[in-house]
Write a protein that binds this ligand. Structure first.
Ligand code: ASP
Length: 311
C-alpha cells in the first residue's frame, strides 16, 4: 500500500508545562488522539485526504477543549463568530466561511461551499443562508457556551484588549484553533483550519484561518499547511502559500521552507504561532515559535506522536 500521513493542531501559544495540570494534559492528549485516529482510520482504509481532514476537524470542533465549533471564543458582543477553510491539493479547489454563528461544524460548511457553490469564500448571514439551504446542522447559542470562555471575555473587556486565545497566562484555559493536513494513498493532499478567532474581537475582525493562502493551503505539487497563531501576522506574511512557494519556486524542502517562514520571517515581524505541514512524499513538519503548540502526527508506517510543549 502507498503511504499516507496525517497531522493535526489544536492551537499554539504560551503553553507552559509549569502551569498545566496533569488532568488537563491528559484531556488535551486524549482529544488530539481521538481526532487524529478518526482521520487516520479513513486514510488506512484508502479513503481520501479531504474526508480525513474534515472528519478530524469535526472531531476537534465538537470538543469544547478547543477554540473551534463548540468551545469557540466570544466576540465583544458575547457571540461565537467562527471562521473555517478547507483546500484540496489535487484540484486547488477551496472553500471558506467567516463570521458565522450557530453552525455546528464550520469545516463542513467550508467544504460545502467548495463543492456545492460556485464561490470560494462566503461570510456572515449569506454563509448561514447557504448553510440552511444545504441543510447543514445548526446548534443553539447554549451549545457553544463554555463558562471559562465567557470568563475570558469578561477579563478581556476589563482591559479592553483583544486576546489571542493562547496569550492568557493560565494554561488550563488555553484552547486553540484547530487544523489538519492529510496525504492519502492516492497521493492527494488536503488541508483545513477552523477557529473562533480571538476573544473580545470587534468590528467583524477576520483572522488568517479562513483565508486561503494565509491560514490554509494545499497543492499536490508542494505541500498542505494549516496555521495557528496571531492571525494578523499570518495574513501579512501569507504564511501557508509562502511555504508552498518556497518549495515550488526555490526548490526548498518542506523543512527548509517551514524554518524560514516560522522561525525567521514571522519572528522578524513579531508574529507568534506555528503550523502543521505535510508534503507529497509524506514528510511532516510541526514548527512553532511560541512556547507550545497542541499537535499530533501519524504516518502509515509510524507511531502516533502527540506534543504540547517545546520538547
Ligand atoms: N489564527 C487564529 C486567528 O487569528 C487564532 C489562533 O490560531 O488561535 O483568528
Amino acid at each position: 500500500m502507498n503511504k499516507f500521513a496525517i497531522a493535526i493542531h489544536g492551537g499554539a501559544g504560551t503553553i507552559l508545562r509549569s502551569s498545566m495540570t496533569p488532568e488537563k494534559e491528559i484531556e488535551y492528549k486524549l482529544g488530539l488522539k481521538n481526532a487524529i485516529m478518526d482521520g487516520d482510520n479513513i486514510l488506512a482504509k484508502g479513503g481520501n485526504a479531504l474526508d480525513a481532514v474534515e472528519t478530524a476537524i469535526r472531531n476537534l470542533e465538537d470538543n469544547p477543549l478547543f477554540n473551534a465549533g463548540r468551545g469557540a471564543v466570544f466576540t465583544s458582543k458575547g457571540k461565537n463568530e467562527m471562521d473555517s477553510s478547507i483546500m484540496e491539493g489535487s484540484t486547488l479547489m477551496a472553500g471558506a466561511v467567516t463570521g458565522i454563528n450557530n453552525i455546528k461544524n464550520p469545516i463542513t460548511l467550508a467544504r460545502t461551499v467548495m463543492q456545492k457553490s460556485e464561490h470560494v469564500f462566503l461570510s456572515g448571514l449569506g454563509a448561514m443562508e447557504f448553510a440552511e439551504k444545504m441543510k447543514l446542522e445548526f446548534a443553539p447559542d447554549e451549545y457553544f457556551f463554555v463558562q471559562h470562555r465567557y470568563d475570558q471575555l469578561l477579563q478581556a473587556k476589563k482591559s479592553d484588549t483583544v486576546i489571542l486565545d493562547h496569550t492568557v497566562t493560565n494554561a488550563t484555559s488555553k484552547k486553540g484553533t484547530v487544523g489538519c493536513v492529510a496525504l492519502d494513498v492516492h497521493g492527494n493532499l488536503a488541508a483545513g483550519t477552523s477557529t473562533g478567532g480571538m476573544t473580545n474581537k470587534k468590528f467583524g475582525r477576520v483572522g488568517d484561518s479562513p483565508m486561503i493562502g494565509a491560514g490554509t493551503y494545499a497543492n499536490n505539487n508542494t505541500c498542505a499547511v494549516s496555521c495557528t497563531g496571531h492571525g494578523e501576522y499570518f495574513i501579512r506574511s501569507v504564511v501557508a502559500y509562502d511555504i508552498s512557494c518556497l518549495m515550488e519556486y526555490k526548490g526548498l524542502s518542506l523543512k527548509e521552507a517551514c524554518d524560514i517562514v516560522v522561525h525567521k520571517k514571522l519572528v522578524a515581524i513579531g508574529g507568534e504561532g506555528g503550523l502543521i505541514a505535510l508534503d507529497a512524499k509524506g514528510n511532516i513538519e510541526l514548527p512553532f515559535n511560541s512556547e507550545g503548540m497542541y499537535r499530533a502526527m501519524k504516518k502509515s508506517n509510524g507511531n502516533l506522536y502527540i506534543g504540547i510543549y517545546k520538547d
